[in-house]
Write a protein that binds this ligand. Structure first.
Ligand code: UD1
Ligand code: UDP
Length: 360
């Protein structure tokens, strides 16, 4: 009897990082087929992670590229369908809440393949967010739901989902050890000193695609009593350029950085200003205070532990940044996600799945 086969679907920057953690840990217990949808394709958003992280090159590249939500997700579904049908995996594994997550989950569920969702149970309760639609739908078709914390499992229970739910901890906890960070002296080349700058990242549709809001965020960053480093997501870079939004003198923009550089920038920041899910958690893990430029966050534990604050109005950023204080102690270590998946694979009956007849 061979190892069970997991087909993992990734497509966006944060998923490459999470897959790097799990791929290595899964290799003793499962054969993994890695499918890259091509949602992110720039070298700085995709290639750099495959070059520098311990993640295998994708077995299959769907090269879907950018588009409207429907067009992009539909194209992924169309291209995933034959891949899943021919690979005949025991599980399809998806991460997080992107269009690649939803497409992977839906394509698998329609073929009758059990879906495993890592980062299950998170909710913003804001259906205007494309990610909220993706995570709700993915959770409702998933057979295995790996939650980062108990609150996520409770949220699933409120939607009637209790079967297959496990609280396994946050996979990003383990990602922090994936790469060596840059020495603090590296910051000198960027014109800043440790603990004396703010790191900003902004890419959510509600911030980046709203002209007035993006201009207000850029202006507010210029009002901080600290120099600001702002690695730009291509969506944000394009909007700043298209709309001619001026960058204040204290704000230095950068190309997107690699994971080692990103962790270095977070670790040494006095404060982080972000709308990113991953960056807010990494700041929390590293004890760096975080201002979340949104009205809500899925990561309630960060708010409850006082590691992050919500700053929905960009005008409030200068005061929130000035009030932010670092935390000395690290966030609670998580139980390994890979260990839980390995237990489930060992316990579950994965072998017979493709023996069942179903129309294709
Ligand atoms: C996506 C996810 C978001 C996640 C983020 C991680 C969805 C709905 N959103 O947002 O949840 O937090 O990835 O970074 O899935 N672009 C490029 N080069 C690329 C990729 C994108 O220039 O390699 C530009 C294109 O103009 C594209 C825009 O960025 O239209 C947005 O990209 P897209 O993947 O649709 O959404 P993200 O903002 O990256
Ligand atoms: N990140 C990176 N380079 C950057 C910005 C972010 O490597 O220029 C990392 C960051 O450390 C985190 C992940 O990418 O691990 C977060 O990705 P992103 O903010 O794009 O997506 P989200 O987490 O919001 O889905």
């Amino acid at each position: 009897m061979g190892k069970p086969k997991i087909l993992t679907v990734v497509g966006a920057r944060p998923q490459f990082i999470k897959a790097a953690v799990l791929s290595a840990a899964l290799s003793p217990v499962a054969e993994e087929v890695l499918v890259h949808t091509g949602q992110h394709y720039d070298a700085a958003l995709s290639g750099v992670f495959f070059e520098r992280l311990p993640i295998p090159q994708p077995d299959v590249s769907l090269e879907v590229g950018s588009g409207s939500h429907g067009q992009q997700t539909g194209e992924m579904l169309k291209r995933l369908d034959p891949v899943i049908a021919s690979e005949r995996p025991d599980w399809v594994l998806v991460y997080g809440d992107t269009n690649s997550t939803l497409a992977g989950a839906l394509a698998a569920a329609k073929l009758g393949v059990p879906v495993a969702h890592v980062e299950a149970g998170l909710r913003s309760y804001n259906r205007a967010m494309p990610e909220e639609i993706n995570r709700v739908l993915t959770d409702h078709v998933a057979a295995r739901l790996y939650c980062p914390a108990p609150f996520a499992a409770h949220q699933l229970a409120r939607e009637g989902i209790t079967a297959g739910v496990r609280v396994v901890g946050d996979v990003l906890d383990e990602a922090l050890g994936l790469v060596a960070q840059r020495p603090a002296a590296w910051l000198t080349a960027l014109g800043v000193s440790p603990s004396q700058y703010c790191l900003a990242t902004i890419h959510r549709q509600a911030n980046a695609d709203d002209r007035g809001r993006l201009a207000a965020i850029a202006a507010a960053l210029g009002e901080l009593a600290l120099p600001v480093l702002w690695p730009l997501h291509p969506r944000t870079a394009a909007r700043l350029k298209d709309w001619g939004i001026p960058l204040p003198s204290g704000v230095r923009t950068l190309e997107p950085v690699g994971y080692s550089e990103s962790l270095t920038l977070i670790r040494h920041a006095r404060v982080v200003v972000t709308d990113s899910g991953g960056v807010q958690r990494e700041a929390g893990l590293l004890g760096v205070p975080c201002c979340i430029v949104r009205a809500e966050t899925e990561w309630l534990d960060l708010l409850e532990a006082g590691r992050a604050v919500l700053v929905p109005n960009p005008l409030d950023l200068p005061a929130a940044v000035a009030a932010a204080r670092p935390r000395a102690e690290p966030r609670r270590a998580a139980e390994g996600v890979a260990a839980a998946i390995a237990r489930d694979l060992a316990a579950g009956s994965t072998q017979s799945h493709w023996d069942c007849h179903r129309p294709m």
